[in-house]
Design a protein around this ligand. Sequence first.
Ligand code: ATP
Ligand code: MG
Length: 278
Amino acid sequence: MAQQGHLEIRNVAKQFQVAGALLPVLDNVNVSVAAGEFVTIVGASGCGKSTLLRLVAGLDRDYGGTIDYDGDGIDGPSLDRGLVFQEPRLFPWLSVAQNVALGLLNADMDTAAKRRSVAEHIDLVGLSGFENAFPHQLSGGMAQRAAIARGLVNRPGLLLLDEPFGALDALTRARLQAELQRIWSHERITMVLVTHDVDEAVYLGDRVVVMAPRPGRIAETFEVGLAHPRDRSDAVLLRTRNAVLAALEATTGPDGPWSSKPQTRPAAISIPPQQAAA
Ligand SMILES: Nc1ncnc2c1ncn2[C@@H]1O[C@H](COP(=O)(O)OP(=O)(O)OP(=O)(O)O)[C@@H](O)[C@H]1O
Ligand SMILES: [Mg+2]
């Protein structure tokens, strides 16, 4: 049987209608992700990364080109293609455990096995003790960790992660990156992860795809070529990181967010004394 999880994105174009005008967001996007591969995507804000993940997840079917998953066109969302959104999107009226359990709604498991799996995943993201908490009782990072647990619990063939660690502190982030890598190595889930963090992109990805903005397109792809798990200080990682940064800088210019040029900060706002005293 063919291994599950092969994604083929061909000539994808997407436009949105904004204030009566057509805004081209994606143009001629081609990405092939082998079953079990870990691909990371970096690119300037607004270049269409989330839009692309939504198309792959089947949440938006209005686009040009083709997206095939294991040889079939995508015609809607599926539990086998999980998406962890850029913001947690938990159901506010459900507890953490109930939110995570949603990922197993249609799973072929008995109740005890589901309960065990939910508890394991809550533990995995460091939320043990918060099973019965509601989303409004969590910090932003905790809510995002609950969403990651929900995305993983069903062990989809393909997991799409949209800046999943953006809201986390550096330590939790490093721990979850390592955990995600461990789960991926063990389960061989195909992963596509969007991030703004170039170190994260090269640490996790077998390949790093750099997107350019307006319209969103693939600028360059880098093979990392290192086995997992990786040593963060490996010279190959550092070299690849610098190459990815240079490619990003080329997409956004010398004044863009990835520029190696010293950044000039805006002058501090001075408040006239009479206002400051008021
Ligand atoms: N539903 C929508 N209607 C109109 N325009 C949209 C819609 N969704 C996204 N866009 C536009 O598409 C472009 C790409 O948005 P998208 O959210 O995919 O960017 P992104 O690369 O994920 O950015 P970020 O890194 O900030 O998350 C932006 O210009 C955005 O304004
Ligand atoms: Mg986005």
